[in-house]
Design a protein around this ligand. Structure first.
Ligand SMILES: C[S@@+](CC[C@H](N)C(=O)[O-])C[C@H]1O[C@@H](n2cnc3c(N)ncnc32)[C@H](O)[C@@H]1O
Length: 352
């Protein structure tokens, strides 16, 4: 078949964009590690030489890095003054840890994946899993860093109020377990906001639980939060009024077994809150920029993490609402509904 020149040109143009995004992404990661974005934000408009002085870094490399980032659009360039600077929007995406638009954690995650290449290649050959705990540690820190601003923006003000009666229960005093809590970002946000409720954050990954415990101490969150090393099918306690899963149930090998444990440990009128990556039910619904990110992460992190565990269901990060509804029904939950959504997340509510 003859090549359609227009289609080829369009694909080549996209290829150049993507190649630029990939190589420049590495430079975003370096700039973050070196403190260049923060320094440029703090200095205001600066020449390469001024930024090099401010950061104590080698001027020639700082200049080249600035040029690469100006070409990428992560920083701006004033040609008349030969100044580089960051707009408010560029700061929100590349220099403000607390902004929900901040991408920096994502680049830490991506860097971890390059370091894990041998394990990922081997998994493709063997079909075996790669456990969450087996990854380069930047996966853990990068995930917490990337997710935190989104949780801070939506969890307390939108997602919890969207669940029937849960906010009131938490205000009065409730018992909560946050399963697969990682660094405990969500556990700590909730514990801080609802001082009358008791929170347990649990995760099977020891290093994450250590970090969560440390962050809890530093945040000086009262006495209403503890962290425990425990898997999703054997976390301690029962009679929970709220059981939460933030972006982790699809990573587990046995979501159905987990949901059965959840049913057994839930208070009679208790609620399950499931937060998952945004996804439509059909592949064709997810062939878009957000789906592209999630399917990619899912290939090398989520499906492999699940495969490394008992059952190894490997739902992937794009399982979709219909599949979740099915699993909850199979585990004995009669009530299941989509309570909220953002462009990146789906929030479900379930009850027995
Ligand atoms: C993508 S991270 C999300 C972490 C955290 N919930 C957040 O949103 O920042 C997935 C988490 O699930 C945890 N996890 C995976 N399988 C698990 C299991 N079977 N039991 C408990 N935690 C598990 C991992 O250790 C990891 O911390």
């Amino acid at each position: 078949m003859a090549i359609d020149e227009q289609k080829l040109t369009a694909l080549v143009q996209k290829g150049v964009q993507d190649m630029g995004a990939t190589i420049s992404g590495f430079l975003v990661y370096l700039g973050d590690r070196l403190g260049l974005f923060r320094a440029l934000r703090d200095s205001g408009p600066a020449t390469a030489s001024e930024l090099a002085q401010r950061t104590g870094l080698a001027e020639r490399y700082v200049k080249e890095w600035l040029c690469s980032q100006a070409a990428s659009g992560t920083v701006s360039y004033d040609a008349a003054r030969m100044h580089f600077f960051m707009t408010e929007e560029q700061c929100a995406c590349y220099a403000d840890e607390n902004s929900p638009s901040c991408f920096l954690g994502a680049y830490e995650v991506i860097a971890s994946l390059f370091a894990d290449e041998p394990k990922l290649l081997a998994a493709f050959h063997s079909g075996n899993g790669v456990g969450w705990h087996e990854h380069d540690p930047r996966l853990f820190s990068g995930t917490a860093r990337f997710f935190r601003p989104g949780y801070a923006a939506h969890l307390l003000g939108e997602w919890i109020p969207a669940l029937h009666g849960v906010e009131e229960t938490l205000q009065r005093g409730a018992k909560v377990v946050d399963v697969g809590c990682g660094y405990g970002v969500t556990t700590l946000l909730m514990a801080n906001h609802f001082p009358r409720s008791q929170f347990l954050g649990c995760d099977y990954h020891a290093a994450s639980i250590e970090r969560a415990t440390e962050l809890g101490k530093n945040a000086a969150v009262h006495t209403n939060v503890t962290f425990a090393l425990a898997g999703a099918k054997d976390y301690p306690g029962e009679g929970y009024d709220l059981i939460t899963f933030f972006d982790c149930l699809h990573d587990m090998g046995d979501p159905l077994g987990t949901l059965r444990h959840v049913r057994d440990t839930l208070a009679p009128r208790g609620t399950v809150m499931l937060v998952e990556p945004f996804a439509g039910d059909r592949l064709e619904d997810n062939l878009n920029p957000v789906g592209r990110v999630f399917y990619s992460a899912s290939t090398v992190v989520c499906t492999m993490a699940s495969k490394a565990q008992e059952v190894g269901l490997a739902l992937g990060a794009q399982a979709g609402e219909a599949r979740w509804r099915e699993l909850f029904a199979e585990a004995g939950f009669r009530h299941f509904r989509r309570a909220a959504e953002t462009p990146f997340n789906l929030v479900f509510e379930a009850r027995v």
